[in-house]
Ligand binder design. Structure first.
Ligand code: PHE
Length: 348
């Protein structure tokens, strides 16, 4: 009986001495396990004189009940404490979680938007799923016009609209010109429309989904000097103050006159030669930026703007294109932008 009397005190001491749940588990095994002190004492009952056995058994069962209640109480206390404290070992090295970063195109869009916002242009993002009318008819390209072929288009299988025609993925951001003229109702207009554009090409220099940014400026007395001044401002802000631009005559149905914009090459600084050899990046010192021109009167008219009173200019450049020209990335295969390879993407 002496042993049994000590048993309870021993369990109390053991249990209250534990400060963690795993320590407590060890104590639980020590006393409540199959080979633990309580079960061992119960098995010893055979060695007890017969008349004492009943009392002995009762005592052990009482101890067992009291001790297990104590143990549970202590367990709850430890669980609560663990929740509160969450002890931190400040000497452990910290965990390194991989950092995400924006996609290079997102950085580009951000940078380009800011440059135009500084001179009062409003950033828009017109739809990438559009009606045929906005991408073509409203841009002076009536049904069957061969110029439509320049903008190879993904059409969407959908009931055509009786007046707006088929549904498509916008092959250029110029569809936003009419949308913006209608949104505002009347000039002045200073829009920069950045959106996804689609054309069915997939090779080292083309991806079927890319981004364009479209400038549109319509007001009284707008002329080519404003157009050239704005693009020059953009080129110097975006590529650097030493860069020059030039306008080269071109053709678009929705602008008259139309131009392609070239910018001096960042590698040969517009000279066309590097260390006496022909520059590999450009053509005689110039790189092509994109298309521009004075908005065609028919386009203004379709947007509800009177071409007798107002005039305007527009341009459309590729985001991926200008950004890779700026960074001098010289991507062997432009598709790397969109294949999700983290080794490439994390460099930005
Ligand atoms: N939309 C034309 C393109 O994608 C670019 C452009 C826009 C040209 C506005 C002139 C004016 O090629």
């Amino acid at each position: 009986m002496q042993d049994v009397d000590n048993l309870y005190t021993e369990i109390v001491t053991d249990v209250s001495g534990t400060t963690t749940l795993s320590q407590l588990e060890q104590i639980e095994i020590k006393h409540f396990g199959r080979q633990g002190s309580i079960n061992t004492s119960l098995r010893n009952i055979k060695q007890i004189p017969e008349k004492e056995r009943k009392a002995y058994g009762q005592t052990i069962n009482e101890i067992k009940d009291k001790a297990s209640a104590l143990l549970e109480k202590h367990r709850q206390a430890l669980i609560e404490q663990a929740g509160k404290e969450k002890t931190v070992d400040i000497t452990l090295p910290g965990k390194h979680y991989p950092h995400g970063s924006l996609h290079m195109v997102s950085y580009a869009i951000d940078e380009i938007s800011k440059i135009f916002e500084k001179i009062g242009f409003i950033r828009m993002s017109y739809r990438e799923v559009e009606w045929e009318w906005f991408s073509f008819e409203s841009l002076n390209m009536p049904k069957g016009h061969p110029a439509r072929d320049d903008f190879e288009t993904f059409f969407i299988e959908h009931e055509p609209d009786p007046t707006l025609g088929k549904m498509l993925f916008t092959p250029h951001t110029s569809s936003g010109q009419n949308r913006e003229m209608k949104r505002l109702g009347k000039p002045p207009i200073r829009m920069i429309n950045m959106a996804k554009t689609y054309r069915p090409n997939w090779d080292a220099s083309h991806v079927p989904m890319f981004h364009q940014f479209e400038g549109l400026c319509v007001d009284k007395g707008i002329n080519i000097t404003h157009l050239k001044g704005t693009i020059d401002y953009f080129a110097k802000q975006f590529f650097g103050p030493e860069r020059e631009i030039r306008l080269r005559p071109f053709h678009f149905q929705f602008t008259e006159p139309s131009f392609e914009v070239d910018i001096t090459c960042g590698v040969c600084k517009g000279t066309g030669t590097v260390n006496g050899k022909r520059c590999k990046l450009c053509k005689q010192g110039w790189l092509e930026l994109g298309g521009t021109g004075m908005v065609h009167p028919n386009v203004l008219r379709d947007g509800g703007v009177d071409p007798e009173e107002y005039s305007g200019w527009a341009f459309g450049f590729g985001v991926e294109r200008v950004y890779s020209m700026k960074e001098g990335l010289k991507l062997d295969d432009i598709r790397i932008l969109y294949n999700g390879d983290i080794r490439f993407l994390k460099q930005f």
